[in-house]
Design a protein around this ligand. Sequence first.
Ligand code: ADP
Ligand code: MG
Length: 381
Amino acid sequence: MSAIQNYEDRPWMDPEAEPFIKIQSVSKLFGDFVAVDSVDLEIYKGELFCLLGGSGCGKSTLLRMLAGFEMPSSGSIMIDGANMTDVPPYERPVNMMFQSYALFPHMTVEKNVAYGLKRDGIAADEIGKRVEEMLSMVELTQFRKRKPHQLSGGQQQRVALARSLIKQPKVLLLDEPLGALDKRLREQTQYELMALQDQLGITFVVVTHDQEEAMTLSTRIAVMDLGRFQQIGTPTEIYEFPNSRLVAKFIGNANMFEGRVTENSPDHVTVESHDPECQFYIDHGMSIQKGSKVWIALRPEKINISKEPPANGNANVIKGMVHDIGYLGGTSTYRVQIGDGRIVEITSPNQVRPKDGTPPIDWDQEVYLSWHASSSVVLNK
Ligand SMILES: Nc1ncnc2c1ncn2[C@@H]1O[C@H](COP(=O)(O)OP(=O)(O)O)[C@@H](O)[C@H]1O
Ligand SMILES: [Mg+2]
């Protein structure tokens, strides 16, 4: 997670804190197509906020409205206390880094970076000084005389970043900033981006369709679908406490079971599913009707796999047969077929070295899957 780590630094939890960006009932229609559907969002200073969702869900449209390249069809956007409705893009305290980077191919790295300041008529020695600083910050000093085509994808990305940061915007908007990089470089660049954001203290709003990227980078994430926010929360909240099947499945993997609430007490809830036959015992109360239909989401790493039946009785256990094993060294992924023929996925760390190299759990073996009473997430939509 990013710069904001301790409790005092979680401004969204502080009722007194003023949001830096305030999006109120904002919609955007293209003809009669609703690209962004009446969203509300508050982003605080210094956050690295991610808009996450599949292609076409309205992420870029929302970002472009923050930048001023699109006007909302209705609703309002406030940035740093000012209403942005009549403020043109170049007068907003924001800058945008595009997915394509849009570097000038005929200009050197330093000219690309200096461009915005030059256009603003800043004095040459001031430009020189700031370009110097910026290039050093993104570690491009030695490439200053190169042109974009003489750089790697990661270096081009850093030029684009330097160019959008040099005007010292209060908010940097990044649309799929790492989309053009391969996986390894993308991971490394994620950490660079976080370090830079931490160092500068600028508010970042990042659009991505990559859930791992959002999880790594963000202070908070808004999960978007069909122009709406499905859930807004910290990476941990979104992963451990998804509010719907959609979010549970979009962020990480989740095994999903359908059942009915059979008992609802202040300190526990039970859910029964028939396909497969299973009793779920959840060790806390929740506001849910007895008899109502629910879904249980279970993360693969929260399921224990064993040859012997677990000691804790009949609840929170399913019997199955190992169908596939994916051995990854540090962890193994087991795909276990249960009663109704479905496959349940389990990941577990390989903590013990097997004596003669044979795995402790093998293909076609009968196994018990069990989990802790706090591990099931009960969802009603
Ligand atoms: N200028 C436009 N005219 C018409 N439709 C648009 C325009 N821009 C975006 N859309 C549509 O709005 C939806 C959301 O687009 P976009 O915000 O780019 O999605 P995302 O960035 O999440 O992939 C898409 O269905 C897209 O086709
Ligand atoms: Mg987009």
